[in-house]
Unconditional design. Structure first.
Length: 518
């Protein structure tokens, strides 16, 4: 069977798995190294759950340094908020199990509501605050006096992982968000030119729709990277407003091109030369190698095109043609040229040396859509799912069901606001299931016979490096991240590992069941 046939059967690109880039290898080796450092430090500090320090490294790991800092920062805030909530809820209701789980379920619902109204990484921090309270409170069930110690230990483990991930991502061959913004913006301009070329020539509707979705996603990513870059270097704050303006102009140019495609009026004599000139321009821009190395000639041409379009006669040659429609289309065409020109100027501003902050405060509207109905639905669903499973746990008194309650809380809140939460949860389940046999072989067979950190490194690195490579690939990041995190959760590395398959499989089953229920 050929690689092509395997690829078709699996539905994934084999090249993405077998040919990682240099930056993928740097990310993978850096992440695994940071995880091992965090685990070793947790051993030295004698933390109760050292695996959480290493797991945190893989949870916050991102290819771009600013993304690590942002996710780590909001993970810290979420952990602190969840820890304080756990202390408060357990102190008030710790002696009454039903009131305790009800209060925790309501807290999960509130945090899911807030998370659904925010965007990453703020949304992640809000969701984390919800299920962190569950993670801390349930082990203190029946022993409320332990909740403060558990909260402190949890925060210490998380902070250790965040520090290790943040320091290594910033010091070891870092990939900076400021550089990523420039490269992604250049790619977006060329994609916009390709989209406009197809739009002005009645291109394939499916291809245009896919390119439009990509451009919208790239614009959202640029907005997020703007925040990450400010965390990497405060000096980038002077460029934050130009980036925002540029994103707004990019979206406006996309909207104008789409409007001209949707309302083409191909036989309108006044529009034919305008459409032809714009089509020629964007076609040359998309096809010219290194076109954006010097935007000066392109900006000059766009300025001239916009001027000619505005001065074009608005009266149709044919009296039967719609004069208002002609004026509207000409205005949109001029707006497209002007918006694309401003995007190129924004690219030049990003590539120029840092200057003093501009007094200009007028910004294009970048409105964040918040679906309150969906947010309330997500909140009610997460709270009810958590409460129902917790009720099952209290009724049956099955100790392993506590892990199921925690996983239901995690999955139902963390994936609630995703575009396709079921697919995200299924990917998480797939990665978790794949991690189970590896964790059993390493944790229950190899390490009890060959203890010590050296042997641990020898067994774990060949497993975690491919997982980290998968995390660097956008197609596999969900499954690979779930694999890495839950491999460590199943493994539960301690300085002395023992062969005890009964609790291992019972705990693993409760985790898998919790994910499926959620």
């Amino acid at each position: 069977m050929t690689w092509t046939r395997l690829r078709d059967l699996a539905g994934i690109p084999i090249s993405g798995l077998t040919q990682p880039t240099r930056s993928d290898w740097i990310f993978a080796l850096r992440t695994v190294s940071a995880g091992l450092i965090a685990l070793l430090a947790a051993y030295a500090l004698k933390l109760d759950h050292p695996q959480w320090a290493m797991m945190t490294v893989f949870i916050v790991a991102q290819p771009v340094a600013g993304m690590v800092l942002a996710k780590g920062f909001y993970r810290l805030l979420g952990t602190l908020a969840g820890g304080m909530a756990a202390i408060g809820i357990t102190s008030l209701f710790g002696t009454n199990p039903w009131l305790l789980v009800t209060a925790l379920a309501l807290w999960i619902g509130v945090c899911t509501l807030v998370s659904s109204l925010l965007r990453n990484p703020e949304a992640y921090g809000a969701a984390l605050a919800g299920y962190t309270a569950m993670i801390i409170s349930l082990p203190a069930f029946g022993q409320p006096h332990l909740v403060v110690d558990l909260a402190i230990a949890r925060c210490a483990e998380i902070v250790l992982g965040i520090v290790c991930a943040g320091v290594t991502s910033r010091l070891i061959l870092p990939k900076l968000a400021a550089d990523a913004i420039i490269s992604r913006l250049k790619r977006s301009i060329l994609d916009l030119a390709e989209y406009a070329s197809g739009a002005f020539s009645s291109g394939d509707p499916a291809g245009l729709a896919a390119l439009q979705r990509k451009l919208i996603g790239d614009a959202q990513t640029l907005a997020e990277m703007r925040t990450y870059a400010r965390l990497e270097a405060p000096s980038f704050a002077t460029r934050a407003h130009p980036v925002r303006r540029t994103i707004g102009q990019l979206l406006w140019a996309l909207s104008a091109a789409r409007a001209l495609h949707t309302h083409a009026a191909p036989k309108n004599a006044a529009l034919i030369p305008v459409r032809s000139e714009l089509k020629t321009f964007v076609g040359e821009l998309a096809a010219t190698p290194g076109a954006l190395d010097d935007t000066g000639p392109w900006v000059t041409r766009l300025d001239a095109i916009a001027t000619r379009v505005r001065e074009a006669p608005a009266t149709p040659a044919d009296p039967a043609e719609d004069r208002v429609g002609t004026i509207t289309r000409l205005t949109i065409a001029a707006d497209f040229a002007e918006a694309l020109k401003q995007v190129m100027r924004g690219l030049d501003a990003l590539r120029s040396p840092v200057s003093k902050p501009s007094r200009e405060r007028r910004q294009p509207a970048l409105v964040v859509h918040r679906d309150y109905h969906a947010a309330w639905r997500n909140a009610v669903r997460a709270a009810l799912a958590t409460l129902l499973v917790a009720a099952f746990w209290l009724t049956t008194k099955w100790s392993e069901a506590a892990s199921t309650v925690i996983l239901v809380a995690v999955v139902s809140s963390l994936f609630a606001a995703r575009p396709d939460p079921v697919q995200s949860a299924w990917g998480f389940f797939t990665g978790t299931l794949l991690a189970l046999p590896f964790a059993f072989l390493v944790g229950q067979v190899a390490l009890p016979a060959l203890p010590g950190f050296g042997w641990f490194t020898l067994f774990v690195v060949p497993i975690m490096v491919p997982a980290a490579l998968g995390m660097a690939n956008p197609r596999h990041v969900g499954v690979a991240t779930a694999f890495a995190i839950n491999f460590l959760a199943f493994l539960s590395p301690h300085q002395s590992m023992t062969y005890d398959p009964g609790p291992f499989f019972a705990g693993s089953a409760s985790i898998l069941v919790g994910i499926l229920i959620a």
